[in-house]
Design a protein around this ligand. Structure first.
Ligand code: NAD
Length: 355
């Protein structure tokens, strides 16, 4: 600490490391003091932005004023960096995915327990407003009993960068975007996942999944589809939520969308729709007098709450929001997804957060 301000060191000052730098600049009580990156260009970037770039990770760890280490390097290097930082007496924030498998994660958790230092993961998409809005719709039962949720992120640029394309660096979309939107599913639905089914795509990359579709079945029967695509030139909506009395759609991160609810079940008769080859009453749209269209109940958030919570948790004033058992649960879920895709089978899933 310097002048009651937490000193944070960034290991891996690339795209995301710099995002943390920019956010931390806007938060009272914490500042980025130093960094280490294996690329000289990023060391220079640190100098240009008033941050001390250490010549090695060891030198950074030896700096006694560093309270918190942020690990924002490629996924395969998180384990070693986190464990060494904890053992050097630092609190640690690690980028997602925390690591590549549950065994490595357990070693990291053990190191945190041995040292008594705070260790948490940057599951920042728990603060996404589209997610918080759908969570509100779910929690407030705004559509009646929700029986299906579809959560998708679609892009059309394949897998970006170099290391994300390689299995040895923990590449692929399950570990990249999957960990975010699976974590969202587990944080929204207060029931256990019963089973998992998954298929992967390899449109632009043979080595790692460049997209996937996962179906989670929760113990209350709710079916939750999670999909990531990187060859989608037309996007499907970010969220599609089906309840017994209504449907919600969130089209994009700009929170455009709506809710349509049934107001009158009694007027169920429909004028049949004629298609080129036939007639359907079942698929005829509802008449306006039996439904109501409403705006989404937008929930606003402030991502700076992430680091404010980290500081309060270090001081024992708040519980940490991103808890290690939750991080382990999503890691085990991703392992079940890899197994389901490989075996082409529905895989039973069991994980007790309190175990
Ligand atoms: P990046 O390639 O832009 O940056 C990684 C940086 O780490 C590079 O500058 C590289 O030189 C450096 N580096 C590599 N190995 C190192 C080591 N051993 N020691 C020090 N520096 C090292 O990648 P990125 O997009 O910033 O991703 C970094 C991490 O952040 C990944 O784990 C990724 O999954 C995560 N990420 C999270 C989010 C989010 O929203 N939470 C978004 C993007 C990336």
């Amino acid at each position: 600490m310097v002048d009651n301000t937490y000193q944070l060191a960034i290991v891996g000052l690339g795209g995301m490391g710099n995002w943390h730098r920019e956010i931390i600049e806007t938060i009272d009580g914490i500042e980025v003091c130093c960094s280490f990156d294996i690329k000289e260009e990023r060391q220079q970037f640190a100098r240009d932005h008033g941050i001390t770039p250490y010549n090695s990770f060891e030198e950074l760890l030896a700096d006694e004023k560093v309270d918190i280490v942020l690990c924002a390097t490629p996924n395969d290097s998180h384990k070693e960096i986190v464990i060494r930082a904890l053992r050097a007496g630092k609190h640690v924030v690690c980028e997602k995915p925390v690591t590549l498998n549950s065994k490595d994660l357990q070693d990291m958790i053990d190191a945190a327990e041995e040292t008594g230092k705070l260790f948490t993961v940057h599951q920042n998409r728990r603060w996404d407003e589209d997610f918080l809005t759908v969570k509100k719709i779910y929690e407030e039962n705004m559509l009646g009993d929700i029986f299906r949720i579809e959560s998708r992120v679609h892009g059309s640029r394949g897998i970006p960068g170099e290391w994300r394309q390689l299995p040895e660096h923990g590449g692929g979309m399950v570990l990249d975007w999957g960990v975010h939107i699976l974590d969202q599913a587990l944080m929204m639905i207060p029931y256990k996942v019963k089973s998992v089914y998954a298929t992967f795509t390899h449109v632009t990359n043979e080595l790692v999944d460049d997209g996937f579709t996962v179906v989670l079945t929760f113990e209350n029967g709710l079916e939750y589809l999670v999909e990531v695509g990187t060859s989608n030139f037309i996007n499907l909506p970010r969220w599609y939520v089906l309840g017994q009395n209504g449907t919600a759609i969130v089209k994009d991160w700009d929170l455009s969308g709506q809710i349509v609810r049934v107001t009158d079940w009694s007027k169920n008769d429909a004028v049949p729709i004629r298609t080129a080859a036939g007639l359907t009453k079942t698929m005829a749209p509802r008449t306006e007098d039996t439904i109501k269209t409403e705006p989404l109940p937008i929930v606003r958030s402030d991502i700076r709450g992430y680091y404010r919570n980290v500081m309060a948790a270090i001081e024992g004033k708040e519980e940490i929001i991103v808890k290690l058992p939750e991080v382990m649960r999503v890691m085990k879920l991703m392992e079940a997804i890899f197994e389901a895709a490989e075996k082409e089978q529905i895989i039973p899933f069991e994980y007790d957060l309190n175990s």
